[in-house]
Design a protein around this ligand. Sequence first.
Ligand SMILES: Nc1ncnc2c1ncn2[C@@H]1O[C@H](COP(=O)(O)OP(=O)(O)OP(=O)(O)O)[C@@H](O)[C@H]1O
Ligand SMILES: [Mg+2]
Length: 270
Amino acid sequence: MIDTEENEDSSNERINDLSYSIEIKNLKKYFKGKRGMEDVKAVDGISFHVEKGEVFGLLGTNGAGKTTTINILTGILLPTEGTAFVDGYNVESEMKKVKEMISVCPQEPALYKFLSGLGNIKFFGNMYLMPKEKIIERGEELLKLLGLYDARNRLTRGYSGGMKRQLSLIISLINEPDILFLDEPTVGLDPRNRRKVWDFLKSQKDQKNTIILTTHYIEEAEALCDRVAIMDYGQIIAMGPPKELINEHQVKNLEEVFMKITGRSILEGI
Ligand SMILES: Nc1ncnc2c1ncn2[C@@H]1O[C@H](COP(=O)(O)OP(=O)(O)OP(=O)(O)O)[C@@H](O)[C@H]1O
Ligand SMILES: [Mg+2]
């Protein structure tokens, strides 16, 4: 028998929901295995959506597929299968539109080492075609807020790892993006500077920006994220508000949620 209800549904089905900031459907990214090795299933059929104004965390061990997911959403990689939309735009066919509203703080800071901190900020602000005064005003405000103001005129080749990361975060925030992707934004920051980043991100939340954040810091996810997706071997093994996941699994924190589901520690290999 033909399932008429399903047929009717599919004929009226919308491809994507425009009220979502991000929508991902059965997304896969496989990397070809070298010399007869099996393909690496970096992302293996994940689906989720992120509401506008939400802070959404991707958690997981090294190699779980977090950066690959972000790279697909920001146009660095094409998916092997499945679809993804950013603010309703398809990441494969409408990336130009996607790029107008996003900003990325990549896992590896990409800076010009022969420019100062402020010089890098000006360079990237210019790329976004921001007015010069606006770049300086916003740049100096962020440098002060995130604790890098005193080093603003030093060449970044002399910056420490943590300072490079702080600057990379500032650059990703310079154009006040609607949707912000932060790939491990606080790795290598000391507790005081990490706290500054958290406070700043919380203040962004009040402004209704959408933030997609990957992190290994369980406290960071619990403090900042409205919802998290826990990834393992390219798949989502749990998703929801941190408190709900913790209650549902009757444990004390998200690390224990991961442990309960997989029998392993999320901090292994870090
Ligand atoms: N360009 C590539 N070619 C081949 N394999 C890749 C490539 N990029 C990623 N991978 C593999 O895909 C898997 C997922 O990597 P990914 O960088 O997405 O993990 P991650 O969750 O961000 O990890 P981490 O916490 O260490 O940053 C890993 O097994 C990785 O080795
Ligand atoms: Mg990563």
